[in-house]
Design a protein around this ligand. Structure first.
Ligand code: DCP
Ligand code: MG
Length: 577
């Protein structure tokens, strides 16, 4: 009998205009270790963290060992299992970023999102649509996939009459579509994406790593379908209508649906089975399928779920999110890659400051906003999964994805507009090493700002303005520059900044594409162009040092080698480039 008010079962609205790839590296930590010690590739290998195996290679899996098995159980199942310590995540992080950079460099729209250390989503809608337009109906078997809009030589040949890799779904539908493949755009978009996925998997294999890949129209479906054929394989979800998607989703255990956590699983499991379930049980096992919940006669719409899942403290919008997930609907976007700025600076102008307490106060305000910007731009938000996976790391600590090594103070005296002086007139800078306490996650922002002003910036100010008074300060600029790669200490906090800086070149490689350039062509982001060389050096050479020259235009002192770049900087200003 239908309960009153719940007579209509209505599926949430779906969009299938995107094509998403989901890559999941095979037995990731084990592959990293195998690449360091290739002799381990043929042996059963487990990676230990505390008393369990974080993962094991596929040789071990064939011997019955699984991920997250206890060490004792793993040894019982496979006495000759080689066990390697995996407590230090830094080598895994390094590989993860390197492989991410490979995939990201193939994205046109920049939508390349990391999930944990070994999963990457790519939204390839634009590349696929572009190539669909190019297809020649009369010679599908000899098609060419363009990887660049501007360089037709970048691409690969492929056979557009069939999918690359495995296909999961309704083959009857597929046969129907095959009659007139170009007539079914969704079918063809998925087919093209399967060839792109194969190409990208091979790119990763060139780096020494294998991955599984799922291909579908949203992140949820791509992630789930990629699990169908592992390792070193790929699966396209061929679900061309709503019923095919429901059929795919329904077979999954509830807890296996990404986004449905253990608490929700236990509540819904209890409801379907009509029995009390311990809500704090965190097992991935669940005897109830997504289909049993989706088709339950008493769960006809999200408002019923609301009654079950709502209540104090529950996540906003949780029930409608769960409802959509059960129907295979996931509109969340693949997040664009983060780009790392080469420097961050904050400045303010004044009508002539002369009082030291005023200078200190303004310096404090500028430094506080600089620190906020550093936190927003340089602290990782996406690694939370990786951090919680490492039992020894603090879940509250966030990781610096890049750390500036230099702090620069620039000041100039106040000049009234009527004086007609150029903006940069008498502007002078001093720089020094950025102290490591700036990266502390145990000090408060106020404490960091206070120390930075007193211990670093005020001494720089005194060097720039040696006269005891009469500074008439019209501008203060505080800048952090010379980005170094992330620290590699466990838990992700900066531990040894000296070591980190020595490794700068190695680490920054992950922020560059294959050609040693910055990510994408965004101006102002990490790149090795002349302007950056100028940027890095002008602070250090503000005063007259040996081998430095003064710019006749702005009064800056800078080393001779940086002069050409500096002139270019002015000519761009003049030309308005
Ligand atoms: N990991 C971990 N703790 C977990 C889950 C994972 O430390 N609870 C680590 C070990 C894995 C890596 O994260 O190597 C990636 O997790 P996956 O679940 O993708 O597992 P694998 O990549 O090892 O295996 P698969 O081939 O099944 O993807
Ligand atoms: Mg994996």
């Amino acid at each position: 009998m239908e309960p009153p008010g719940h007579s209509k079962r209505k599926a949430p609205r779906r969009r299938d205009d995107r094509v998403i790839l989901h890559f999941d590296l095979d037995c990731f930590y084990a592959q990293c270790v195998e690449n360091q010690q290739p002799s381990l590739k043929t042996l059963p290998l487990g990676i230990r963290q505390k008393g369990i195996l974080a993962t094991c290679n596929y040789v071990a899996r064939r011997r019955g060992v699984g991920k997250l098995t206890t060490l004792a159980e793993a040894k019982r199942l496979c006495p000759d299992l080689v066990i390697v310590d995996g407590e230090d995540l830094s080598p895994f992080r390094d590989v993860s970023k390197r492989l991410y950079a490979v995939l990201r460099s193939h994205s046109w729209n920049g939508k390349a999102e990391r999930l944990g250390l070994d999963e990457i989503f790519l939204d390839v809608t634009d590349i696929v649509s572009y190539n669909l337009e190019l297809l020649n109906r009369s010679s599908l078997a000899h098609s060419y996939f363009c990887l660049s809009r501007t360089d037709p030589e970048q691409g690969f040949e492929f056979d557009a009459t069939s999918f690359s890799g495995c296909v999961h779904g309704d083959t009857n539908e597929a046969d129907a579509a095959r009659g007139d493949p170009l007539g079914d755009t969704l079918y063809m978009r998925l087919l093209l994406a399967s060839h792109l996925a194969k190409y990208l998997r091979l790119k990763i294999e060139d780096e020494g790593y294998t991955a599984a890949c799922g291909i579908s129209t949203n992140k949820l479906l791509a992630k789930l379908v990629g699990n169908k054929n592992k390792p070193q394989n790929q699966t396209t979800l061929l679900a061309l209508n709503e019923d095919a998607i429901f059929a795919f989703m329904d077979e999954h255990g509830l807890r296996k649906v990404p986004g449905i956590g253990s608490k929700v699983t236990r509540i819904l499991e209890g409801f379907v089975l009509e029995k009390e379930i311990d809500r704090d049980m965190h097992s991935m096992e669940c005897s109830v399928t997504a289909g049993q919940v989706r088709t339950h006669p008493l769960i006809q719409n999200p408002s019923v779920l609301d009654n079950l899942l709502g209540g104090r403290g529950s996540e906003r919008g949780l029930s409608s999110k769960v409802w959509r997930l059960l129907h295979g609907v996931d509109d969340t976007e693949v997040k664009p890659a983060r780009v790392v700025p080469t420097q961050i600076s904050i400045e303010d102008t004044y009508k002539g400051l002369n009082d030291v307490s005023e200078i200190r106060r303004e310096m404090g305000l500028i430094t506080a906003s600089l620190l906020r910007r550093m936190h927003a731009d340089l602290l990782d938000e996406d690694d939370s999964q990786a951090l919680t996976q490492n039992p020894s790391s603090s879940s509250s600590s966030r990781r610096w994805i890049a750390c500036p090594r230099t702090i620069r103070l620039t000041t100039r005296p106040y000049t009234a507009p009527a004086d007609g002086k150029p903006y940069n007139w008498a502007r002078a800078s001093r720089s020094t090493e950025l102290p490591s306490f700036v990266f502390s996650q145990s000090m408060t922002s106020e404490q960091i700002v206070g120390r930075l002003v007193v211990e670093t910036l005020m001494p720089l100010f005194q060097k720039l303005n040696p006269a005891p008074k009469g500074w008439n300060t019209g501008l203060i600029n505080v800048c952090v520059a010379n980005m170094a790669g992330p620290a590699t200490g466990q838990g992700g906090g900066v531990r040894d900044i000296g070591v980190m800086f020595r490794r700068q070149d190695d680490l920054l490689r992950e922020f560059r594409n294959d050609h040693g350039e910055g990510w994408g062509d965004e101006p102002g982001f990490a790149s090795d162009d002349d302007d950056n060389i100028w940027d890095e050096h002008r602070g250090q050479t503000a005063s007259q040092e040996e081998g430095s020259e003064q710019c006749p235009l702005c009064g800056h002192f800078l080393p001779s080698f940086a002069f050409a770049a500096h002139e270019r900087f002015h000519s761009m200003e003049i030309n308005g480039d």
